[in-house]
Unconditional design. Structure first.
Length: 166
């Protein structure tokens, strides 16, 4: 499903009935699909390994991606870099996500100007790249909580937690 709706600027059709149980790569799937705002919380994402830039520039997208009957599962995902970059409307809770295998979350919420959700329960111990994760994410107000709860000892591309906001 990699880049399936990439650049489909006017696309906004329901996809909630799709069988996604064998999909491994959802990277760039809705990149620059500016009008897309359909529910996806019923998708089975148990086998997905890459969500890189999945909603990059999906300006209208603001739907829940929390597990519904454990279908939306992120436990095998390794790359979430740029996932919501420039998704300016997105502001949904992601606290239930299992990101324990994720290695790259750099630019994940870069310029996601509406995003303001606590991510304190995330297991960040395996993350290697985190730079500019919240760059220009103006509404994000949980910086102090991240400083106290995130393990960034494996991260190699920043000097301190402050670097994820630059």
């Amino acid at each position: 499903m990699k880049a399936m709706f990439q650049m489909a600027r006017l696309f906004d059709q329901p996809l909630d009935k799709w069988d996604t149980s064998s999909v491994k790569d959802m990277s760039h799937m809705f990149e620059w699909a500016k009008s897309f705002n359909q529910p996806l919380n019923m998708w089975n994402t148990w086998n997905v390994e890459s969500m890189e830039a999945m909603f990059f520039g999906a300006e209208s997208f603001n739907r829940s991606l929390n597990a519904y009957a454990n279908e939306w599962n992120t436990s095998k995902v390794k790359d979430m870099s740029y996932m919501f970059c420039e998704a300016i409307s997105f502001d949904q809770p992601l606290v239930k996500w299992d990101i324990s295998k994720v290695e790259n979350i750099s630019h994940m919420f870069d310029s996601a100007t509406s995003f303001n959700q606590p991510l304190v329960n995330w297991d960040t111990s395996n993350i290697k790249e985190m730079r500019a994760m919240f760059h220009d994410a103006y509404e994000f107000s949980f910086k102090e909580l991240l400083e106290d709860s995130w393990d960034i000892s494996s991260v190699s591309d920043i000097n301190s937690i402050n670097d994820i906001f630059k």
